[in-house]
Design a protein around this ligand. Structure first.
Ligand code: ADP
Ligand code: MG
Ligand code: ZN
Length: 718
């Protein structure tokens, strides 16, 4: 042993300092003491066995569950000049034989093996041929049924070790911290009086956010496109969902991979490698992905669905920011996620006792999604950390503009309703009764006769449910376990009901009024949905969201400007152009950008077959009618007529620009265009002093384009 462990760290791995726990575990191992390292994902477990392996005589065996991971680590080690190899079922028997042969001749310091390989006859005699100094068991929680990743093959590890002619030093590693799993690991792997190293679970560089009630697809699209240069993982609850998100991403032009257990091993490996090597930035995956994934520059992990429990969540989210740089962990929650998880629990769990455990873990997860306290605190407290600060100052709950609101009255209504319903029903039914829903079940159960029926009818059922969940997360009420949990009052609710205590909750800020833009966007989505249904294709086949969003920003109401929208080609223009323009028309009315859909009848303009519509407007305009007069006369909107006029200008008719825009205004607009570009009107409008109309802006852009030879159309490729 010439080199110290510090020297090995520097020489082979290039690091100058150990991470917490590493040094102790390595020293222990070198002295022959067995150990269990409970170290969060990214905490550097691999080094804890790789360094002793280099220093101990003979060979060390690393038991690891994932073939792709083993190959990766072995490649990395070889790269660092460490002789290592692996055996797995992916290799031919001849190759396995060859590698074991070389191993027994002392050519390697580390041998990685999948647990199911250990029992093979090749393997059993190895300990006699060469000194096995250490056995490291990675992802050791796989041995426990109480962990979240149980693998039967891990049961073979202890008997295999017991059958050896001598006992190597055993080390085991996991990121799962629960007491139960820890006990299982020690017992089921027969660790001999191990020293247990529980390393702090805090990952200060991770930023946690829970987002409720958002359009998840839209969120993903926006997030991924605005973080296009960063690597990220999108986790979804089911294979089906993974596939559908994957399809969406592709339709948005995002290069992505997917990973779930229903895909062929080739496709899975391909996706994983492409992701690891940064050929793709985004991978959509089920929870099958990532056990031990050692990609250090993952910048964000988005959970498209609530995962089953906090253990899984923290482990998966923890794959962000392993390099210590900032990592974003976002959970998109919707109530439907609970149903999915229940279904999965029912599908995959047979023992009743186990189910109860799963449901209670899931409840903790639901509480996490609803808590208004520090998210980091919630996680770390759950993992048993002590002496935590109340606020981390960096998670979404700590940084969001939450406002403290007195919710005593609402809470009293909810508590008294729960009481009157005899504490026998779930959150949804309680919320429905408070709302005064006409639900058949409510009538059958005569719950509509309760005095609390309909007393919260000014809120939506979803908002009431949310509030109930928040009250549960704050321990005023609790839900019983099982598949159909029932809400009950907790001791904290009693003084509230008696008006002896108030309920002050940190509530998210009240949502701002929807903007006109998004209303149009929604209207366009509805139309798209209808067409998609008729044509029996998914909506994005008609137009991508991005295209609809651009339409709602640029308000195209004629052929050219519609064609200029990204995603609208000739064929789609022919098939759908008019339908979408019909929806857009009413939104182009000046000064109505933030109002609701005006009730103008756009379906009945009389057919005017002889002459193109814009030409009719033009002639009236030339004859001296104003825009509004033409609009009134032709039952069109002002904006449509304006577009007609500009279109004619584009087509070569001479227009008196000064009638539309003054010299001064034009200069202003040109200056704004220079600053914010001419792709979108809204930013230009916002950059201008009040009182300059969209019409003036459009006219200036039109004029500008006409001054560029051979460059018609306002479209810029984005
Ligand atoms: P775990 O298995 O605990 O999730 P890994 O062993 O894969 O974590 O290590 C996570 C990352 O941290 C790897 O990129 C590894 O190279 C790096 N790392 C490990 N130890 C150190 C150290 N002492 N200093 C700096 N980086 C380290
Ligand atoms: Mg690891
Ligand atoms: Zn916080």
């Amino acid at each position: 042993m010439d080199l110290s462990i510090q020297q090995v760290l520097k020489k082979y791995f290039g690091y100058s300092e150990f991470k917490p726990g590493q040094e102790d575990i390595i020293n222990n191992t070198l002295q022959g003491r067995e150990s269990l390292g409970i170290i969060p994902t990214g905490g550097g477990k691999s080094l804890c066995y790789q360094i002793p392996a280099l220093l101990l005589p003979g060979i060390s065996v690393v038991v690891s569950p994932l073939i792709a991971l083993m190959k990766d680590q072995v490649d990395a080690l070889n790269n660092l000049g460490v002789p290592a190899t692996y055996i797995s079922s992916a290799l031919t028997p001849q190759e396995i034989q060859r590698r074991l042969q070389q191993t027994s001749q002392g050519e390697y310091k580390l041998l990685y093996a999948a647990p199911e390989r250990l029992t093979s006859e090749y393997f059993s005699g190895l300990a006699k041929k060469i000194k096995i100094s250490m056995i490291a068991i990675d992802e050791a929680h796989c041995v426990s049924q109480w962990g979240h990743d149980f693998r039967l093959s891990y049961a073979a590890i202890a008997p295999w070790i017991a059958a050896m002619p001598y006992r190597p030093v055993i080390t085991a590693f996991t990121a799962t911290a629960s007491d139960r799993v820890r006990e299982d690991i020690i017992r089921l792997l027969s660790l001999d009086n191990p020293s247990v190293h529980l390393i702090g679970f805090d990952r200060p560089n991770l930023h946690f956010t829970v987002i409720k009630g958002t359009d998840k697809k839209k969120f993903l699209e926006e997030y991924i496109t605005t973080h296009a240069h960063q690597s990220g993982i999108i986790y979804a609850a089911t294979r089906k969902e993974v596939d559908s998100i994957y399809t969406y991403l592709k339709s948005w032009g995002i290069k992505a991979g997917r990973y779930h257990a229903g895909l062929s091993i080739e496709e899975r490996n391909q996706s994983q490698e492409a992701f690891l090597y940064d050929e793709i930035k985004v991978i959509v995956a089920s929870n099958a992905f990532g056990l031990g994934i050692d990609k250090s520059n993952v910048r964000y992990v988005i959970h498209h669905n609530m995962p089953r429990n906090l253990e899984s969540y923290y482990q998966e989210a923890g794959r962000a920011g392993r390099d210590g740089e900032k990592g974003e962990c976002i959970l998109l929650y919707s109530a439907a996620d609970i149903q999915t998880q229940k279904f999965l629990i029912e599908q995959t769990t047979s023992s009743e006792e186990r189910k109860e455990e799963e449901y209670s873990k899931m409840q903790t997860m639901i509480d996490y999604c609803h808590t208004t306290r520090c998210l980091r605190h919630s996680i770390l407290e759950y993992f048993g950390e002590k002496d935590l600060p109340e606020n981390c100052g960096s998670c979404a709950n700590c940084t969001q503009a939450y406002e403290s609101r007195d919710m005593t009255i609402e809470a009293q209504k909810i508590f008294s309703c729960i009481k009157r319903m005899n504490q026998q029903y779930g959150i949804n039914l309680v919320a429905s009764v408070l709302k005064g829903s006409q639900n058949k079940r409510i009538r059958q159960l005569k719950l509509d006769q309760l005095s609390t029926y309909g007393i919260m009818n000014d809120m939506t059922i979803a908002a009431i449910s949310d509030l109930i969940n928040i009250l549960a997360a704050e321990d005023y009420i609790y839900t019983t376990g099982g598949q159909y949990p029932v809400v009950r009052l907790g001791p904290k609710a009693v003084p509230v009901l008696r008006s002896q205590a108030r309920v002050i909750l940190r509530m998210p800020p009240r949502p701002e009024k929807a903007q006109g833009d998004s209303q149009l966007f929604q209207a366009l989505c509805v139309l798209r949905q209808e067409i998609a249904k008729k044509e029996q294709v998914p909506p994005y086949v008609i137009f991508h969201d991005l295209t609809l969003r651009e339409m709602s920003a640029r308000l195209p109401v004629d052929h050219n400007s519609m064609l200029a929208i990204n995603g609208v080609g000739e064929i789609k223009m022919q098939k759908y152009g008019q339908l979408f323009m019909d929806i857009i028309h009413p939104f182009t009315l000046e000064d109505t950008t933030s109002s609701s859909i005006p009730d103008i009848d756009i379906s009945t303009p009389e057919k005017e077959p002889k002459q193109p519509s814009h030409m009719i407007s033009w002639e009236l305009y030339q004859a001296g009618s104003t825009i509004s007069e033409i609009a009134k006369q032709r039952k069109l909107t002002n904006l449509t007529v304006q577009d007609h006029i500009l279109r004619c200008a584009r087509e070569g008719f001479t227009l008196d620009w000064r009638e539309i825009v003054s010299e001064e205004e034009e200069a202003c607009i040109l200056e704004a265009v220079q600053r914010v570009g001419s792709e979108k009107l809204k930013p230009i409008k916002e950059a201008l002093p009040e009182g300059i109309s969209y019409y003036a802006i459009k006219a200036v852009i039109c004029k500008l384009e006409l001054s560029k030879p051979g460059a018609p159309g306002a479209a810029g490729e984005e």
